[in-house]
Design a protein around this ligand. Structure first.
Ligand code: ADP
Ligand code: MG
Length: 384
């Protein structure tokens, strides 16, 4: 569905819920990470792009101090009062909105009561960051309501803080930065330490980025994420650097005996992934798709063997993609243990690719897959 028709439908729903047309409509995109996985919390590099899947909010202020939110996606309505201090509450998804409102109040920017309808084409928990899209759309709506425009970096950090403190998810900065700063036809090389971004043009019309959803998410993901973070910290300490970002492959080799084999392998993934990510940015710029593809496969292997965050379904997807003619590269994307793979495919091969993957995945796992094309989209905007 196009952004225009999404905006139109959300406005209609708003009118049905609240009896008048919304004053504002905002949109924030989901994102995919082309390469640079599990590097963000090691102060490293990531290379995401925003996709044409959006969270759209239609909203208007009201004359009270009450906020009323209706999510089309969950079919639920949430209400809370903007009198401080704002706290976590039910339904749980309202915490992403509460957190962003709290961030504005802490500036301090006075937030009035408002009504909103939220709709989204970003699937939940599929690794496309519906959570950041919801936070960033909320922040964009609050900018419109309060007339206070935030600096993009400040806005991203406010949204990240909302996710940390109100949703209890210790995420990095990639998702929020991408949903705000992304540019059409560009990926974004983001240095998670300096928080600087370099747009990387991705305009070759002969190439398609395809996402495939495995439609699985294994439960162990959250606990394993925390474990990986602490293993990385252990490896960094053994190498006497603040973060693995500061260690080279050579230093790791020299320090191998100073750490457990498992910490060594985790560090080897992070250090090599940082190198691959910067190399991929150059290769994309040069439209050298063979190199980008090679780096994607190497990233997947490293995530599977050294970082151990892949799963059977993701491995099946990548193995199915590899031998298909016109496929340059494939890898798992997102935190792992399910979710999506990202695939770089020549335009003329897309039809055969989709068929082969659908059939092959169903045969190997008995499960359905979801394939969709992604083009690099702009960051959050006010539609009306
Ligand atoms: P991801 O960000 O990868 O999609 P998360 O678990 O981080 O997965 O975030 C998903 C959560 O975000 C959902 O469970 C829900 O609470 C919230 N969310 C995202 N979009 C919406 C929406 N349109 N309406 C209500 N809740 C939403
Ligand atoms: Mg998320």
């Amino acid at each position: 569905m196009s952004l225009e028709s999404m905006a139109e439908r959300t406005a209609e729903l708003f009118a049905r819920c609240f009896g008048h047309a919304p004053r504002w409509i905002v949109a924030a995109p989901g994102r995919v990470n082309v390469i640079g996985e599990h590097t963000d919390y090691n102060d490293g590099f990531v290379l995401p792009m925003a996709i044409e899947r959006y969270t759209v909010i239609a909203g208007d202020r009201n004359d009270s101090r009450e906020v009323t939110l209706h999510s089309v996606t969950t079919g639920e309505t949430a209400t809370f009062n903007v009198r401080e201090p704002l706290t976590r509450g039910e339904p749980s998804w309202s915490n992403y909105v509460r957190g962003v409102v709290a961030g504005f109040q802490q500036r301090p920017i006075k937030v009035p009561g408002f009504d909103a309808v939220i709709a989204s084409t970003v699937p939940f928990g599929g690794g496309l960051s519906s959570s950041a899209a919801l936070e960033v759309a909320t922040a964009t709506l609050l900018e419109a309501i309060t007339g206070e425009k935030l600096e993009p970096i400040e806005k991203a950090l406010l949204c990240q803080k909302a996710e940390h403190e109100f949703a209890g998810v210790p995420c990095g900065i990639m998702d929020q930065f991408t949903s705000i700063l992304a540019r059409e036809n560009h990926a974004l090389l983001l240095d998670c330490r300096s928080r600087t971004t370099i747009p990387v043009a991705m305009t070759d019309p002969s190439i398609t980025v395809l996402m495939i959803n495995t439609n699985v998410r294994h439960k162990l993901a959250d606990g394993e994420y925390a474990k990986r973070r602490s293993q990385c910290q252990t490896a960094a300490s053994a190498l006497k650097v603040p973060f693995l970002r500061d260690a080279s492959a050579k230093a790791l080799k020299a320090g191998r005996s100073k750490m457990e084999p498992i910490a060594f392998r985790r560090a080897r993934h992070v250090i090599s992934e940082n190198e691959r990510t910067r190399e991929a940015a150059w290769a994309i710029q040069a439209a050298d798709w063979a190199t980008v593809g090679r780096l994607m496969y190497a990233s997947h292997d490293s995530l599977r063997d050294d970082y151990e965050v892949s799963c059977q379904e993701l491995d099946v997807m990548v193995d199915l993609a590899k031998p298909i003619r016109g496929v340059f590269g494939a890898r798992m994307t997102g935190g792992g243990f399910g979710g999506c793979t990202i695939n770089l495919v020549a335009v003329e091969a897309v039809g055969e690719f989709t068929q082969t993957i659908r059939n092959g995945y169903a045969q190997a796992t008995g499960k359905k897959s979801g394939v969709f094309i992604c083009s690099a989209a702009d960051g959050a905007e006010r539609v009306q």
